[in-house]
Design a protein. Structure first.
Length: 227
């Protein structure tokens, strides 16, 4: 069956394109579930489009007997970068979003190229690794980030004693302020001081518990971790 799908015929082309759409869509489901703008349809189309490029290349080779079977694939690999860059944004809190989605789009395009070329076994194995990275490694990554010894925070604090309250909480709990950057942007309430602060916890502990403890101060009006 695998050997048959590697041959260039109507049935193998249909199966390749269907497989590319299916696997690309499954990867997109995970991104869509995390609220990313590129979801099921985007990933399915990227994988399908890459597969079409490879199938077309193979068709031109079969029909005219000349050409470079890797030419269109090379254009897909470089061209998909423009789509990936469009998913990366930097928020007003210096938070970079969309890197995983951009990398996923590029990988999905490569997956589509492999499927379109008829390399089914390699495609399925690669898809299994993609799923592993986006499930198991995502969970592991979140755990490591949650218990990192350093935490970066976006804070909006009272102008009069907010900064002093932050330092008091940090010193009372045995932590160390690594860096603190006073921002000029406007706060949510319009009258607070905006800070970007990096704190060394000196030990592995839950960032959620740290933020909850810091947030008990009346002088701190908004707090968000930057990852």
């Amino acid at each position: 069956m695998i050997a048959y799908l590697q041959d260039f015929n109507i049935l193998s082309v249909c199966i390749r394109l269907a497989l590319a759409t299916l696997l690309g869509g499954i990867i997109g489901l995970e991104r869509g579930a995390h609220g990313q703008p590129a979801g099921l349809r985007t990933f399915a189309l990227v994988c399908l489009g890459a597969a079409i490029a490879m199938v077309t290349d193979e068709y031109l080779m079969e029909t005219y007997g000349t050409g470079d079977p890797a030419r269109l694939a090379a254009q897909v690999i470089s061209g998909i970068g423009f789509l990936g860059v469009g998913t990366i944004i930097v928020t007003g809190k210096n938070y970079v979003k969309g890197l995983t989605t951009a990398a996923s789009l590029w990988t999905t395009a490569c997956l589509g190229i492999a499927i379109g070329s008829g390399y089914i076994v390699g495609s399925v194995v690669a898809f299994a690794f993609v799923v592993f990275v986006m499930t198991v490694l995502t969970f592991l990554s979140h755990y490591v980030d949650e218990h990192n010894t350093k935490i970066k925070l976006y804070l909006e604090v009272d102008k009069s004693d907010g900064i002093a309250e932050v330092y008091r909480y940090v010193e009372d709990n045995g932590y160390t302020v690594t860096s603190i950057d006073k921002q000029k942007r406007q706060s949510l309430q319009g009258k607070d001081t905006v800070l970007i602060i990096v704190i060394n916890l000196n030990k592995r502990c839950s960032h959620t518990e740290f933020i909850e403890g810091l947030n008990k101060s009346d002088s701190i009006h908004y707090i968000e971790e930057i990852r």
